[in-house]
Design a protein around this ligand. Structure first.
Ligand code: PGA
Length: 251
């Protein structure tokens, strides 16, 4: 069985001082952990965090986005090639906050995943339904549509991605999907990936949305939950370490 993958998404939080003390505490507490870990940091701090993570292999560096364009006149964008310069291994694409506040379509998200893959960066592709969509019984349809766009654009490279199921109503709200609710959607995504590639067992499907120290073990124990994408709880070393420990136990 592959190790669980615990990825922190710092969102637009941090400072030079806060990042240094958070990472130091996480590194200090991480001895003996048996899981894969990444921190997806604001772009402004990539160089700092790259330096802080140098010389160790447990925690990999990630970004929170990547441009769908390769190079050129795209003010404010950051290309996959630039991320590669900072040894970025993972890039979150299609986070619901990007879909919502930056109007990113399924097609744009698929292109972002493609750009990341072509630079050797693993995209962490986020899918998830809103509360209204869940209440209308459309959860499966929505996540399948979002993932289908990625499969369609990325073809045989699809086994190189990571998927994160993040119900929008659970992000930053303290409302977590129950382990059963999450597992149900993960099984749908797993089946869709299986139909797309014979290497689907390589693909980790993470759960994200108010995962914390108290609920991580139960979520990570589900058959198709291969890890977590952690927002708020990734900003507190003790909480992030507790989730890493839960991931190490269920590996
Ligand atoms: P949360 O965020 O853990 O704060 O709910 C998760 C995410 O948005 O990736």
């Amino acid at each position: 069985m592959k190790p669980k993958f615990i990825a922190g998404n710092w969102k637009m939080n941090g400072s030079l001082a806060a990042n240094a003390s958070l990472l130091q505490a996480v590194l200090d507490g991480s001895k003996g952990m048996n899981c894969q870990v990444a921190v997806c940091v604001p772009s402004a701090y990539l160089a700092q965090v790259q330096a802080l993570l140098a010389g160790q292999s447990l925690i990999a560096l990630g970004s929170q986005d990547v441009s769908a364009q390769e190079v050129g006149a795209f003010t404010g964008e950051i290309s996959a090639g630039m991320l590669k310069d900072f040894a970025v291994r993972f890039a979150i694409v299609g986070h619901s906050e990007r879909r919502q506040y930056h109007a990113e379509s399924d097609a744009v998200v698929a292109l972002k995943a493609q750009r990341a893959l072509s630079s050797g960066i693993t995209p962490i592709v986020c899918v998830g339904e809103t509360l209204a969509e869940r209440q209308a019984g459309q959860t499966e349809e929505v996540v399948r549509r979002q993932l289908a766009a990625i499969i369609h654009t990325n073809g045989h490279c699809i086994s190189e991605i990571v998927v994160a199921y993040e119900p929008v109503w659970a992000i930053g709200t303290g409302l977590t999907a129950t382990p059963e609710q999450a597992q149900e959607v993960h099984a749908v995504l797993r089946a869709q990936l299986k139909a797309a590639t014979s290497h689907s067992n390589r693909i980790s499907i993470l759960y994200g949305g108010s995962m914390n120290a108290a609920n991580a073990a139960q979520l990570l124990a589900q058959a198709d939950i291969d890890g977590g994408l952690i927002g708020g709880a990734a900003l507190k070393a003790a909480d992030f370490l507790a989730i890493m420990a839960a991931g190490s136990k269920t590996a």
